[in-house]
Design a protein around this ligand. Structure first.
Ligand code: NAD
Length: 534
């Protein structure tokens, strides 16, 4: 049952483990072994709290061992999509009347349970999307952070904002939920983004239909199960897996949908934005679209940078989770004065990365998520051979898994395809700049604007980067990945999205609408009000 009395402590980020402690190592190994005993389990749809079989099934496979089926998820047909929209619409009538305290309490209890069973969630991430242990632990920690942070934020938004007093009237404003939301996450932060977008939608009093990514549907199914186990009423979150162009678009275009919370690629985000802008028959609102999309993130290295730190930052940001982060560094823009020295340090560091099956310890770079992704990235390896000097990688690693060697292409023109298009793999283009001004111009020279970093020992240059480097998340003298909830609200400019700043103080507003209420008051009360006694 939902309960609502608790003392809320200030938000703190969940620590991320490095697995150097043998007890942590044993714990995750045991969790992976437990999950391997339970492979192939079927995860039904959840509509109005009921578990249902769908039109077909989607097999979620381990990209490191494609013959290993992590789970089989039911796929909704269009009638079930409609049932889910009805269930979410019906549940909204009562869920919107629950108190923010009750809703926040559910998130706090969900976070607590995930914390207690962390390595079981990590194991799913390792096997379902190929995350090395530390990356899996960071994803789970971020999911916990979103739950903890949005629970506190919902409590904050429950207090009315201060308004300017008006004589003769008593005014206040309240934040109301929007209605039925469609939540469409990507597979890469399979836990954090999926749980973050879903929990933000419901903690503000909306109901949701979660259409997970087909590459990461098992972790989503488990999360939805946990919410129900902890007392989430039926219909508040409906679990409706399916293909994007059919199930996703049916949800996006339906008149019952009030808002869409999307994170994924630029192409799909723009398509959803366009479809949602069209009014369906019977639709009574303008749909709100939050679309967080791709990046072509750069790290700028000035001639006075600490090169060891810059190389470490580039390597971590370019190859962590095999470069499959929207924030991943895919361009290193290096001042000509230190260009050769930078490459001389970079190449051995890249070649030292251990590529392998992330269910084992000590792996730096795991597989890419599926066969299609591997093919696309290898296609860019061919493009890169024509657009620069291949200094490392560029090939598939022998074996069944979707492993690609960490790749570096140097001497790349800023306008080359591999310097402009999101590749989303372990692939770095290195670009030579004449000076710092030129480097910033190159860094800003794509249609994206998500993350970026600059390394320099000069205060003046760091200040210049602050003024001129146009990205939603800018980092100075550190890597451009690893934003933390609360401290580094996340979201991009330009074609990187709507800059929603997930994990920040403005985020929940995207799931709310404010109602302003003014009441005429008697003369004495109006005088008191004007005198500030109200
Ligand atoms: P994707 O766009 O292929 O898919 C994202 C989601 O959209 C999936 O659930 C998919 O099933 C669904 N979808 C696909 N086509 C659809 C359609 N026509 N209508 C409705 N839904 C549809 O992205 P992906 O491969 O899952 O994720 C990688 C992308 O996400 C990269 O571009 C990455 O940069 C981006 N990303 C951005 C952020 C951010 O915060 N800006 C964070 C993580 C990932």
């Amino acid at each position: 049952m939902l309960t609502a009395t608790r003392t809320v402590t200030p938000f703190r980020n969940e620590p991320i483990r490095d697995f150097s402690d043998p007890a942590d190592r044993r714990s995750i190994e045991a969790a992976i072994a437990r999950l391997r005993e339970d492979l192939g389990r079927r995860y039904p749809l959840v509509i109005g709290g009921e578990k249902l079989h769908g039109a077909g099934t989607i097999a979620s496979i381990n990209p490191a061992r494609p013959s290993e089926v992590v789970g089989v998820v039911d796929e909704a047909n269009l009638e079930q999509v409609s049932q889910a929209l009805d269930a979410a619409t019906a549940a909204f009538a009562s869920w919107k009347r629950t108190t923010p305290e009750e809703r926040a309490d559910l998130l706090f209890r969900t976070a607590a349970r995930i914390r207690e069973t962390k390595d079981d969630w990590n194991a799913v991430l390792v096997l379902e999307v190929g995350k090395p242990w530390v990356e899996a632990d960071a994803d789970t920690a971020e999911a916990i952070d979103f739950l903890e942070f949005y629970a506190r934020e919902a409590l904050r938004y429950a207090s009315p904002p201060a308004l300017t007093p008006i004589a003769g009237e008593r005014n206040h404003a309240v934040y109301l939920p929007l209605g039925v939301g469609v939540v469409i996450p990507p597979w890469n932060f399979a836990f954090a983004i999926m749980a973050g977008m879903t929990s933000a939608a419901i903690v503000t009093g909306n109901t949701a239909i979660l259409k997970p990514s087909s590459d990461a549907a098992v972790i989503a199914a488990r999360f939805v199960d946990l919410l129900h186990e902890l007392g989430l009423p039926p219909g508040v979150v409906n679990f409706v897996p399916g293909d994007g162009p059919t199930v996703g678009e049916a949800l996006v275009t339906d008149a019952r949908t009030r808002f869409i919370s999307f994170t994924g690629s630029k192409g799909v985000g723009l398509r959803i934005n366009e479809l949602a802008a069209k009014t369906a028959p019977g639709q009574r609102w303008i749909k709100r679209v939050v679309a967080e999309m791709g990046g072509k993130d750069a790290i700028v290295v000035a001639d006075d940078a600490d090169l060891d730190a810059a190389v470490a930052g580039v390597v971590a940001a370019a190859y962590g989770f095999a470069g499959q982060k929207c924030s991943a560094c895919s361009r290193a823009v290096v001042d000509a004065a230190v260009y050769d020295a930078f490459l001389a340090k970079l190449i051995p560091a890249v070649q030292a990365l251990k590529v392998g099956d992330p269910s084992e310890a000590g792996v730096d770079v795991g597989p890419v998520v599926n066969a299609k992704a591997a093919e696309k990235i290898l296609g860019y390896a061919d493009v890169g051979r024509g657009e620069g000097r291949l200094l490392a990688g560029g090939k598939r690693v022998a074996g069944d898994g979707y492993f690609i060697e960490p790749t570096v292409v140097a001497d790349v023109d800023p306008q080359a395809r591999i310097a402009q298009e999101e590749i989303f793999g372990p692939y770095l283009a290195v670009i030579k700049a004449r000076d710092f001004d030129h480097a910033l111009e190159i860094a800003n020279g794509t249609e994206f604007g998500l993350t970026g970093a600059a390394y320099s020992r000069s205060e003046e240059r760091l200040a210049q980067a602050e003024r001129e480097f146009f990205v939603g998340n800018l980092y100075l003298n550190r890597k451009c990945t690893g934003a933390l909830v609360g401290g580094q609200p996340f979201g991009g400019f330009n074609m990187s999205g709507t800059d929603s700043k997930a994990g920040g103080p403005d985020y929940l507003l995207l799931f709310l609408q404010a109602q302003s209420i003014s009441r005429k008051v008697a003369a004495q009360a109006a005088d008191d009000l004007a005198a500030g006694m109200d």
